[in-house]
Design a protein around this ligand. Structure first.
Ligand SMILES: Cc1ncc(COP(=O)(O)O)c(C=O)c1O
Length: 334
């Protein structure tokens, strides 16, 4: 059954958002049971102290090292506004998460996109005329995650702040927090929207040395994380079973989807995340449209662009969604 099919709503496969197909109902149930009307009738704790302290205990850092926000989007936006002078630049990989360029544009500036390569393009990133590095690991939309040593070497070679966006780190089995603990210019950004299965609560956070994290805190609107979201994030943190199960399913699904796509003749980018990039294909626009008509939403990525056509990014869904997606792709042709 498709999500929402029973009540006739949302009868599409949302394979365009890089969220997991499971709902974290347990965390939501516990949060709901722990909420009370006075809780929600008052403003939330402006510092989200309980959540910050729970994260600090779990991650083994002092509470001053953590700031929470309204999704990691808010944190990334704050990082741009506080670490990049107005009109300035941030060095990113190319392709990467589209919001980085939007945050920079809203700040009167721009990204300096450095093409992804087999190894982290450290020399080109260092040469970029930019105030910060903004790097997603694994990267969206390719799923590339470079070894921690490569990010460490980049951070050690320059005093610029290095913002490492680990929205998908659980799917890669990678943890870049030791870098943030060891190097004062590294900040790691994470979210409850992906492996935790709670994109609707809008909670993300950053971990790093207080010199940077306090700047983000100072710029954050005080009530941007709601009382209910704080509770939901706390209950999700208290139980790792959902994440463990979901990540195992996503990895198995990634293998099935990759095999199926390769069998249909697609070039599949090696991915360490819960999505796969395929292409480029001169037919990407048509195929994207045809899939949409069949109720399967994937993301068209205008990369590499030009005559080569674009790519498609497909979220690893449930086994049924994977089967439907492969079936539809077989119908519409490569
Ligand atoms: C690389 C990356 N970072 C951050 C986000 C934002 O996540 P959220 O604002 O839901 O925490 C996304 C969402 O797709 C993403 O792909």
């Amino acid at each position: 059954m498709r999500p929402g099919e029973a009540d006739g709503t949302n009868a599409v496969d949302r394979l365009d958002l890089n969220t997991v197909p499971e709902l974290n109902l347990e965390a939501l149930r516990r949060a709901w049971e722990g909420s009370s009307p006075p809780d929600l009738a008052a403003y939330p704790d402006p510092e989200a102290t309980e959540l910050v302290e729970a994260l600090a205990r779990k991650l083994g850092v002092p509470a001053e090292w953590i700031v929470v926000g309204h999704g990691s989007d808010e944190i990334l936006g704050l990082a741009v506004r506080t670490l990049v002078p107005y009109g300035g630049r941030a060095a990113t990989l190319n392709p990467t998460f589209a919001m980085y360029a939007r945050f920079l544009a809203a700040h009167g500036g721009a990204t300096v996109p450095v093409p992804e390569a087999k190894e982290l393009p450290r020399a080109a990133l260092r040469r970029a005329d930019a105030s910060v590095y903004l790097l997603a690991s694994p990267n969206n939309p390719t799923g590339t995650a470079y070894p921690a040593a490569a990010y460490r070497a980049l951070a050690a070679s320059s005093p610029r702040p290095v913002v490492l966006d680990e929205a998908y780190h659980q799917f890669a089995g990678q943890d870049l927090l030791p870098l943030a603990r060891a190097q004062p210019n590294v900040v790691v950004v994470r979210t409850f929207s992906k492996a935790y299965g709670l994109p609707g609560i809008r909670v993300g956070y950053a971990v790093g040395a207080p010199e940077i994290v306090q700047r983000l805190r100072a710029a954050r609107p005080p009530f941007s994380v709601s009382s209910f979201s704080i509770r939901a994030a706390l209950s999700a943190l208290a139980d790792d079973r959902f994440v463990t199960r979901t990540v195992a399913r996503a990895r198995a699904g990634r293998r099935t989807l990759a095999r199926g796509l390769a069998g249909l003749g697609w070039k599949v980018w090696p991915s360490q995340a819960n999505f796969l990039l395929i292409g480029p294909s001169p037919e990407a626009v048509r195929i994207h449209r045809e899939l949409g008509r069949r109720g399967i939403w994937v993301r068209r990525i205008d990369y590499p662009g030009g005559a080569a056509g674009g790519c498609l990014r497909i979220t690893v869904g449930s086994p049924e969604q994977i089967a439907r997606c492969l079936g539809a792709l077989a119908e519409v042709g490569a």
